[in-house]
Design a protein around this ligand. Sequence first.
Ligand code: BGC
Length: 439
Amino acid sequence: MNRKIEELKKDFRLNQKERRLMIGQVQKEMQLGLRGKKSSLKMLPAFVCPPTGDEKGTYLAIDFGGTNLRVLAVTLKGNGEIAEPKICSHVIAQKAISGTKDNLCDFIVEKVIEFIKLHQMDISREIEIGLTFSFPMRQKSIASGVLLNWTKGFTTKGMVGKDVVRLIQKTFSKKGFPQIKIKAIANDTVGTLLRGRYSNSSCDMGVILGTGTNAAYIERAFNITKDKALCNKTGLMLINMEWGGFNLVPQTKYDKELDLKSSNPGEQFLEKMVSAHYLGELVSLIVDDFVAAGEFSSAMQFIQTKNCFTTQELSQIIEDKHSALPVTKKILAEKGAVRASQRDCSLLKEIAKIIMQRSADLAATMIAAVIKKGDCCSYREHAVAIDGSLYEKAYGYKENVLRTINSILGRKRKAIVPFVCKDGSGIGVAIAAAIASKS
Ligand code: BGC
């Protein structure tokens, strides 16, 4: 095996001892975050408790914050049942990602109005809506959320520090739809957990492994000592961890380079190692380095590696099973390396595997850390609802996550049961809207 590949494997691999260390660090950072002490985990209360599964009604939901904006009409039937939702999906316009707050609010509101017209909804009455907003927000209630900072390449001006609900509600009124009322706002992880829990009472964690990464779990209110009002309460509260900010995993030189080039240097270290928004770029940086070191054939010098690989392509490369690696060859040719050799292709495949494997390993270790914090001896089963394209679609990813969880849990491997929670982030906020409108 190539020496540089061996080095890469060493730098990106997480052994069992390192995983155990990381679990302890994550749990410590969680405690600090709950106490309001300095921590790389924000641990944000979501002002919603677990659903019973008996919430009922039809709600609209907006799911904003990944690659696509989705508008959904969700009917909760009670008894843990949900009718097949109506869904419209749109790629988020560039001006909503990097323009002004008006661009962003207009974009969201216009897509909702389009949906209402398309489905000929009755606009003479109040329409209750839930908003999934997949960025760090400080909440004071279920119907307010102040944006703390942007992630995943968003840079929209004028929104940080503002209450997102108020901004979007105002835009609905401005556009002549004051009867559309935002009843709840939730992070996508909170939505995913609510969705999972609605139908499965053993579900106590929601995870996103997609464009970005993060998790929510259920905490006892009295442990949230940073909020005096909350910690005097009995009962349970969902916490948005913002785990993408976890910063105690050692960075390789490639991680450092990627961070410096990003729109938010110094932030979201774990997210930059795990999530789909960054994995392709990480591979591109390594490829550049290998080209410069003469590890590839001269054909690879023609490759255009700026934002070169998508996570979908990495997945296809890893899945490329034929010994001639035809899929990998085609992907490289499309990027300018027309005469890439067989060896170039297999080197690239190795690099892609290493990066995807680390992502899955880190995600699994984070999941184990969170579950073990609440149930250190794995006494009972914990279903973990997971949404996001990386987990759902990347070749072999789910299996890798499960393998690492199992190797961490050993004999207790049955204690964590991850499952795909399709559209959980959007459906879940409809459950939040139902809870809010009941209270
Ligand atoms: C955001 C989180 C979000 C995650 C997954 C991260 O960049 O900070 O709030 O849950 O992406 O979408």
